[in-house]
Design a protein. Structure first.
Length: 166
């Protein structure tokens, strides 16, 4: 891949304009997402919420979700998610309720206090990200925006497919 980047610099073309195999794109996507997660952990620093709490609350901002789905999206067991939810519930950031259609299923919902806390955490992280983004050229920013929209679309599809919601 470094060879492709060197070639593109020498020829004046961007790596995006060259043909890449699906495997190259899969590797770059996986590596970029992994590095993005690491970057977000570093940017998170000593915030009010842990990275896992922030992630959970951001997901719940989209609407109430079953605990089983939240565990799956977080890559943890249901007992681990239950402990995580208990800590957020103790802080007053989420509530638990029973699903009307299945009394065994637990539904997690964000509270106003949880929404305010995660909004503060997001604002802090966004301000740090803005500093990094200001270093990009206008063309790089436009290409990043386009690429991130594609990444968001394929991420949403993967989530929906894996949870049987597609």
């Amino acid at each position: 891949m470094a060879e492709n980047q060197d070639r593109s610099k020498a020829s004046g073309t961007s790596p995006a304009s060259e043909n890449h195999s699906d495997e190259d794109l899969a590797v770059l996507t996986r590596d970029s997402v992994r590095k993005g997660v690491h970057m977000m952990r570093i940017l998170h620093g000593n915030a009010e919420l842990t990275i896992n709490q922030t992630s959970t609350l951001n997901q719940l901002k989209e609407g109430p979700r079953p605990m089983a789905l939240m565990a799956r999206l977080s890559g943890v067991s249901q007992p681990s998610m239950s402990q995580h939810a208990s800590s957020l519930e103790t802080l007053g950031y989420i509530t638990r309720s029973r699903a009307p259609e299945d009394g065994r299923a637990v539904i997690l919902s964000i509270t106003d206090a949880g929404r305010e806390a995660v909004d503060r955490a997001n604002t802090t992280r966004n301000s740090t990200l803005l500093e990094l983004l200001r270093e990009l050229t206008d063309d790089e920013r436009a290409r990043l925006f386009d690429g991130l929209q594609i990444l968001e679309r394929i991420s949403e599809k993967a989530i929906l497919d894996s949870t049987g919601q597609s």
